[in-house]
Write a protein that binds this ligand. Structure first.
Ligand code: PLP
Length: 223
């Protein structure tokens, strides 16, 4: 992990590269709460955690005024009730069963949860996410779940050495995002395209991403 000066410089640089085109979400898995709070002092407004247990461990120590905590990792159904009142968006909705559990837990607490549909861009069987052609039928299917707010799309593309390699995939998902936006003109909540990580956030933003999830380019390599 980098030192504080480096972290501050990285955040400042990334915010200026994004130049208001996309919101910066700091991916904070393995990062201790005091460093997360430092990143928040440096201008980060949204953080994303991957594991329910890790979020719960750090939750009390994370500064919360004016910030959003998102859940970005694969979410097991039995963990939904632990995190539902601690996050303001779940990026990783990828099954009807998970949707039903979020619906149930949100309804019990009288809240509505913003969710992004996770797409498996390269149809890699090892990864979570829905095949791109299943997204529209899935949206139809979850429409009756009124405590869910379908708010956009998310994907974790395959790792590559060249950030340009994923441009075609980004363009495809961006087109689907726009198509759905135009079909649902009454749906003002459909607004997030969560694409782009440390290695490829600039091509992702050029393809229309408006929410980038960046970990190692801020905090350094994870150990
Ligand atoms: C870890 C993680 C990121 C950030 O990855 P980096 O390559 O370190 O920027 C983004 N999204 C998800 C879902 C992650 O798990």
């Amino acid at each position: 992990m980098y030192g504080r000066d480096e972290i501050r410089k990285n955040i400042t640089r990334i915010l200026s590269e994004l130049n208001g085109r996309a919101e910066l979400l700091a991916a904070t898995k393995t990062i201790p709460a005091d460093i997360i709070n430092y990143a928040l002092e440096c201008g980060v407004r949204t953080i994303g955690e991957n594991r329910a247990d890790e979020l719960l461990e750090k939750y009390d120590a994370i500064r919360k005024e004016g910030i959003e905590i998102h859940f970005i990792g694969h979410l097991q159904r039995n963990k939904v009730k632990k995190i539902i009142d601690k996050v303001s968006m779940i990026h990783s909705l990828d099954s009807y069963e998970l949707a039903c559990e979020i619906e149930k837990q949100a309804a019990e607490r009288g809240l509505r949860m913003r969710v992004l549909i996770e797409i498996n861009l390269a149809s890699e069987p090892s990864k979570s996410g829905l095949p791109i052609e299943e997204v529209r039928p899935f949206l139809d299917r979850i429409r009756p779940l009124t405590h869910l707010i379908p708010s956009g799309l998310m994907a974790v593309p395959p790792k590559t050495d060249d950030p340009e390699d994923n441009r075609k995939l980004f363009e495809k998902i961006s087109q689907l995002f726009i198509d759905i936006l135009h079909k649902n003109e009454d749906n003002r909540e459909w607004r997030y395209l969560s694409l782009g990580m440390s290695g490829d956030y600039l091509p992702a933003v050029e393809c229309g991403s408006n929410l980038v999830r960046i970990g190692s380019a801020i905090f350094g390599p994870r150990t």
